[in-house]
Design a protein around this ligand. Structure first.
Ligand code: GLU
Length: 375
């Protein structure tokens, strides 16, 4: 059986917290002692130099009480209004709890489009990267106030998986009200077997999640298995663990009971495979011999090495990287629109701001956004 990696080896951990863990629904208030203990676990990961990102639900659960709305299912406009009210309380609860450990929080509200449309995805990815570089902890939720039914996640399990892959995190922890995955729903079958490790999300594993009827809540096991598929195919390991205890992350780290979904890959390699194989090419950049050699040494492509650009590509599009003779040496997501790329080609990175009138990235194609070799 595949080995579960050592917890201390993870460099970026995304933690998803469900509403029922964080919010006491009777009072419509944050479970403060539980949050404080969880934040101690987060601070421990942060203190060893790793990045932590939180995807937290709870806006609607907090806001509906404040708004005085009745119990039961809310109409879309009422849940959006509740989210608008509750998100303020949710963010401040996280930011105050993290501040006790001198950790800065940053609120990021995303919609489905922000994670699925290339340009928006790239912007969100850069902001998350920058927050990480500043050692801040992003507190992420779906932007429920503007997300209408056709264009929303509606559950934070899949949102968290997309965030984890977008941020190239190597571990996603879904804290839930269940210990992990069983081979059949434990509420219906007393002999249901617990799975500690899932090496691959197969159709059999998907079937174990059961249909909608067996879901414990919105975002039941089904969305968790979907999250596992998204995460593991992008090189991110995933854990489902019971969050209803104090210090749930420390318990996972100590080898406590939970289900691990392992990936044979890692986020950078998986991203490169995706770039190399599955994207439509929108143009090409032709580079000089010096750049070809630099790329082979694992460097990013700088504007100085680009001799010609071709195609009407936009920032974030996939383009071919060709040598001066036109042979394709790789593919990558370009950081500039074609017009801007044309103006900065051959120029030194430090001149970009002056040439374009606004600061942009120093690289034409970052090495993490590039797949080299043969295609
Ligand atoms: N975004 C919703 C909220 O903050 C919750 C979605 C979910 O629980 O998965 O209330």
């Amino acid at each position: 059986m595949a080995q579960v990696p050592s917890f201390d080896s993870f460099r970026h951990v995304v933690v998803k917290v469900g509403s029922s863990l964080l919010v006491d629904s009777a009072r419509g208030a944050v479970k403060q002692a539980w949050l404080d203990a969880l934040v101690e676990d987060i601070a421990a990961i942060h203190a060893r130099g790793a990045a932590v990102t939180v995807v937290s639900s709870g806006a609607i659960a907090l806001g509906r009480t404040v708004a005085g709305l009745p119990k039961g299912k809310l109409k879309l406009e009422d849940s959006q209004a509740s989210a608008a009210i509750g998100q303020i309380a949710l963010s401040s609860a996280w930011s105050q709890a993290l501040a006790k450990h001198k950790i800065v929080a940053g609120q990021v509200l995303l919609t489905l489009r922000d994670t699925e449309e290339r340009r928006r995805y790239l912007n969100a990815r850069e902001t998350l990267g920058r927050l990480g570089a500043l050692r801040a902890v992003p507190i992420i939720n779906e932007n429920d106030t503007v997300a209408t039914s056709e264009i929303r996640y509606g559950d934070n399990d899949r949102l968290a998986a997309r965030v984890a892959t977008m941020a190239s995190a190597d571990l996603l922890i879904l804290l839930s009200d269940i210990a992990g995955l069983y081979d059949s729903p434990p509420a219906e079958n007393a002999h249901a077997k617990f799975l500690a490790v899932v090496e691959k999300v197969t159709p059999e594993i998907e079937a174990m999640a059961g249909g909608a009827a067996s879901e414990l809540s919105r975002g039941g096991m089904r969305t968790k298995i979907e999250a596992a598929r998204i995460a593991t195919s992008a090189g991110t390991h995933m854990v489902i663990a019971d969050g209803r205890v104090a210090h749930p992350i420390a318990k996972v780290a100590q080898g406590g009971r939970c289900t691990w979904f392992l990936t044979p890959s890692n986020p950078v390699a998986a991203r490169k495979i995706w770039i190399g194989g599955s994207l439509e090419l929108k143009g090409a950049v032709f580079v000089d011999a010096g750049a070809v050699a630099a790329l082979a040494r694992g460097k990013s492509l700088l504007p100085a090495g680009v001799v010609r650009v071709e195609g009407a590509f936009s920032r974030g599009d996939c383009v071919a990287i060709c040598d001066e003779r036109g042979a394709e040496i790789g593919r990558g997501l370009v950081a500039f629109d074609a017009l801007h790329a044309e103006r900065i080609r051959g120029r030194n990175s430090k001149d970009i701001a002056q040439v374009l009138g606004s600061p942009g990235r120093g690289e034409m194609i970052h090495r993490d956004d590039m797949a080299l070799g043969g295609r």
